[in-house]
Design a protein around this ligand. Structure first.
Ligand SMILES: [Zn+2]
Length: 401
């Protein structure tokens, strides 16, 4: 494996090979670990229980520098033969499911698939981080310090707050970051998709639907703006998108609405195209506002930024990307070339010039749906991938990578 990655590090890999081979026989235990994690509710911004569970487990393993920060990130350090540049391996703890969600798991006796909310995103990813922690706790010192972080606030309006705090804290010592996602085995994300999110609010005089007919409505005004946003032409190359995922407002069916709001998500692979799209939307809001001001309708729009995920990438020729590909090839895992650009926790290190990839650990589907599922059988292989890539990256960092 080392040769195929252009590094003479066979002795380093010998250290981890036995552990990787042992993992191959532990599918049942790994599946149970995914379910154990999945059973702990962890909505974005309320990850306390899952964070505490991780912290207790890090303690059992006797890891160094265990800590939980104000963002509910949990940290542990595996001391290396040299402290820096350190490697950070992270998996997010939060899920898109509200606290009251029924977390009952169903196991299909035939396909062995495990279904349940957040089982793949990101219980399986976090299970991978825990399996890595167990292996590293029992091995010789790695080439450099390895920080393990179970981070909060990856999903939705969490806006990558957890990984931002972790990278802020460790930035001076970091040489590379590996981000773990439970699903998408074979994917290597090396480019962070830029995302901007806005809440646009409209207020209007409103009134009684009959008695005040003619008075301006916040819903009608905001809907007119929506129509213009959905008429925007965005390029397919570089891939760019918009979505209004939420629209709400009003008081009752017979009331002219005084308030309405929407949530808008704008994305592009290219930072310049994203900036242009943001500008187009701002112009539309201004145009609609001018129209209402002129007509003295009493309608006022306001725009609030609720998400900003910066773009960033390493080239496909980057040694970390090459190593991640080589590890997949060596393990016989087909590489999924179609999803190399995505919005993940890796956006943050990538946007700050720290080499980073996000890798998947097993096969699964229906992410963010109640029917979310994983196939636990490829998980052992996914974790082998993680072990090799972690060790390779730690060794690479000593070469000045
Ligand atoms: Zn995820």
């Amino acid at each position: 494996m080392a040769e195929s990655m252009g590094l003479d590090r066979l002795s380093e890999f010998a250290a981890i090979r036995a552990a990787a081979e042992k993992i191959a026989g532990e599918s049942e235990r790994l599946a149970a670990l995914c379910i154990e994690i999945q059973q702990i509710p962890a909505p974005t911004g309320a990850e306390e229980k899952r964070a505490d569970w991780v912290q207790a487990r890090f303690r059992q393993l006797g890891l160094a520098d265990i800590d939980q920060d104000a963002a509910l990130n949990v940290y542990a350090r595996i001391p290396g033969r040299q402290p820096t540049p350190a490697l950070l391996v992270s998996a997010h703890t939060d899920t898109v499911f509200p606290a009251a969600t029924d977390l009952t798991v169903r196991v299909d006796p035939e396909s062995r698939r495990i279904a349940g909310p957040s089982i793949g995103d990101n219980s399986a990813g976090l299970a991978g981080l825990m399996a890595l922690a167990e292996v590293l706790a029992g091995l010789e010192q790695p080439p450099v310090d390895i920080w393990l972080v179970a981070n909060s606030n990856e999903e939705g309006l969490g806006d990558l707050k957890g990984i931002r705090a972790a990278v802020d804290r460790l930035e001076d010592s970091l040489g590379a970051v590996l981000v773990l996602e439970g699903m998408g085995l074979g994917r290597i994300v090396h480019a962070g998709l830029g995302v901007r999110r806005y809440r646009i609010h409209a207020s209007a005089p409103g009134g009684h639907s009959w008695g005040d007919f003619g008075s301006a409505s916040a819903i009608h005004s905001l809907a007119a703006l929506v129509t213009d946003i959905t008429r925007l032409n965005v390029p397919q190359q570089p891939r760019t998108s918009y979505n209004i995922g939420k629209f709400k407002g009003g008081t009752s069916v017979n009331t002219i609405a005084q308030h309405a709001s929407l949530e808008l998500d704008l994305r592009s692979v290219a930072p310049e195209t994203l900036a242009q799209l943001v500008e187009q939307v701002q112009h539309l809001v201004q145009r609609h506002q001018r129209h209402h001001t002129k007509a003295q309708s009493g309608v006022a729009f306001s725009v609030e930024t609720i998400g900003d995920r910066p773009a960033g990438q390493i080239p496909e020729s980057h040694p970390l990307m090459q190593a991640a590909s080589a590890v997949l090839a060596q393990l016989g895992i087909p590489e999924q070339m179609d999803v190399r650009i995505s919005s993940t926790d890796a956006n943050i290190p990538l946007s700050r010039g720290i080499p980073s990839v996000c890798i998947g650990l097993t096969e699964g589907g229906d992410a963010h749906r109640l029917s979310e599922w994983i196939d636990p059988r490829p998980l052992a292989k996914g974790i082998q991938q993680l072990l090799y890539l972690t060790w390779w990256t730690a060794a690479w960092l000593t070469t000045g990578g």
